[in-house]
Design a protein around this ligand. Structure first.
Ligand SMILES: Cc1ncc(COP(=O)(O)O)c(C=O)c1O
Length: 379
């Protein structure tokens, strides 16, 4: 049996040639940063999400911090789910805000209107939702409406959600702005990189300044904001342009594999997939499966890898942020939903080009490993 990797970064040969040709042109002309390729990548990504503006930056982390700076979080609280990547709360702190961790619904892995209501205080400036695993929760529009009513900003950390939709509306268009990541393991990559999307002209214009050392304009040395070097190089934009063209194919592959998992897992005892609700279309950055209480996740993963050659990817996430030492000062209350979501799930391998035989192999391995684990946990 071949080994099944946890994830695969797919850049087909034809694309590599195209990328090298784009890079060659950049090297020939010397346009190596903030040039035509960045503009092309931004236009393509704005079109994908149906946003007015897209601003390419050097990471998903800076794509979060920049809008937070524009929105002005200094000295204010920002509500963030606890089951997210370090970068979400860290960006709030770097932008001068304070983090208020909110609980999540363990059946969706997302904030709900209820958990947001509970977390908001008179000091709250806004809310950041994270579309975990690529799933846009059906509560998203209600949370956006609640924020609007209360005068709070609503930002989407869409690092996982390229191409995901809810009710036909793209992830990244439910709030005032959104951030995407192009880290190599994401559904599409630019090597390193990120993208801000927004319909708000002020956010767009200020984000361009923040990205480039707070300069008033590209050609001036007149600094109007405390920006940073958050620029994306043209060489990275070349990779992003090519991957964006491949995205429809990547999404189709991931959705086909996910569909096969969903059908095959129906009869398996001890697990339940976390699936998008009706009207929500995931990109299946992750295929999340909840495990029944009492199963030893680490042992299950070890068994799958060592005896079946099946590697599972990292969780989303293993340790919630309110339990991370670096955020101890912000761990104000118990968050049982986040603890449960983080503590009891695994992510099955999904990648572009995954074959039906590979999905079958994972399901067969999982079925046997789960049976062994359930027997061991009862013993
Ligand atoms: C939810 C989430 N937010 C933000 C980021 C940060 O993106 P990057 O690694 O591109 O800075 C990531 C990436 O791993 C992420 O998963």
């Amino acid at each position: 049996m071949p080994n099944i990797p946890a994830a695969k970064i797919v850049i087909p040969e034809a694309d590599r040639k195209e990328i090298l040709a784009l890079m060659d042109e950049s090297l020939r002309t010397g346009a190596l940063t903030l040039g035509p390729l960045t503009k092309q990548f931004e236009a393509g990504f704005a079109a994908l999400t149906g946003s007015k503006y897209a601003i390419a930056v050097n990471s998903g982390t800076s794509a979060l911090e920049i809008p937070l700076r524009v929105l002005g979080v200094e000295g204010k609280e920002v509500v963030v789910p606890s089951n997210t990547f370090f970068a979400t709360p860290a960006a709030v702190l770097h932008a001068g805000g304070t983090v208020r961790f909110a609980d999540v619904d363990p059946s969706t892995f997302a904030l709900s209107l209820e958990t947001v209501r509970r977390a908001v205080t008179p000091k709250t400036a806004g809310v950041v939702i994270v579309h975990i695993g690529g799933i846009v929760s059906p509560e998203t529009p209600a949370i956006a409406a609640f924020c609007k009513e209360k005068g709070l900003f609503f930002l989407e950390d869409a690092a996982h959600a390229h191409g995901s939709t809810l009710g036909g509306k793209s992830a990244g268009t439910f709030g005032v702005a959104a951030s995407f990541s192009f880290y190599p393991t994401k559904v599409m990559t630019s090597g390193e990189g990120g993208m801000i999307v927004t319909d708000d002209e002020r956010i767009y214009k200020e984000a361009l300044q923040y990205r480039d050392q707070g300069k008033e304009g590209f050609t001036t040395n007149f600094h109007v904001r405390l920006g940073y070097n958050w620029r994306l190089s043209e060489l990275h934009a070349a990779v992003g342009i090519s991957q964006l063209k491949r995205l429809p194919e990547f999404l189709a592959d991931r959705r086909r594999a996910a569909d096969q998992y969903t059908k095959a897992l129906v009869g398996l005892k001890g697990l339940a997939p976390v699936l998008p609700a009706a009207g929500s279309l995931s990109n299946f950055y992750k295929y999340i499966v909840r495990l029944e209480p009492g199963l030893d996740r680490a042992r299950l993963k070890k068994n799958l890898k060592e005896n079946f050659g099946v590697s599972l990817s990292g969780e989303v996430y293993e340790v919630p942020c309110h339990r991370q030492p670096v955020f101890a000062a912000y761990a104000a209350e118990a968050l049982p939903g986040a603890d449960e979501a983080c503590g009891r799930h695994v992510c099955l391998p999904v990648y572009a080009g995954m074959t039906t035989a590979e999905v079958d192999q994972v399901v067969g391995a999982l079925s046997q490993a789960l049976e062994a684990e359930r027997t061991a946990s009862c013993a």
